[in-house]
Design a protein around this ligand. Sequence first.
Ligand code: AP5
Ligand code: MG
Ligand code: ZN
Length: 213
Amino acid sequence: MKVIMLGAPGAGKGTQAKMIAEKFGIPHISTGDIFRANIQKGTELGAEAKKYMDQGLLVPDELTVKILLDRVAQDDCGKGYVLDGFPRTIPQAKVLDEALEKLGEKIDYAVDVDVADEHIVKRMSGRRACLKCGATYHVEHIPPRQEGVCDSCGSDLVLRDDDKPETVMNRLKVYHDQTQPLIEYYGQKGILRKVDGTMEMQDVFHAIVDLLG
Ligand code: AP5
Ligand code: MG
Ligand code: ZN
């Protein structure tokens, strides 16, 4: 099964994508996590991506598409995957569709995790992220067992550089301009499924599992 998670920054794409990936035994692929891992390792790709991410802008399609296509060609993707944060523009969606078509494959579902802008800024300031394994927490809603420490891998948790309120506002604008058109794109293909992302995390998860079933 191949699933795309759509939604504004902070809608909970990453949170839900991890749970879906675990339930169905398929990899969770986040282009944002791949970029952040590269920034942490100090690679050339990381340095290039950081220039855009810190301003809340999208990393250019050319770079992003190559990384994603390389990733989905790996062996662990044979049974499918959950894409989180890709595609984010119509050109990215088209390149993905064309690449899959050549293999005789297709995306099964695009899940839109719907959360209004008012909720987003509040959520982001409380988010804490593990840059090592990609796990995310929220100081109020989803706290780690020990404050500041990742439950999964024991690394320190940080506030992401792009979670400052000004940058979040930019990311929301970029989302509405460049990413939201994908809702219509997948709607026309008949594979769009919408879920209310303001519910409790577990309720959002159950709603998604029902939609995929
Ligand atoms: P990316 O890492 O994808 O960031 P994003 O889309 O802005 O989304 P987030 O990760 O911020 O939010 P999320 O929806 O995953 O929410 P989460 O589950 O963490 O991308 C970062 C940057 O990389 C981009 O700005 C861009 O520059 C670049 N990039 C990445 N992909 C790209 C692409 N394809 N093309 C070009 N550039 C690209 O949840 C948020 C918070 O809310 C957490 O604290 C969480 O614990 C909490 N929470 C989750 N669910 C609930 C709930 N139901 N109730 C209460 N709290 C909840
Ligand atoms: Mg995320
Ligand atoms: Zn971790």
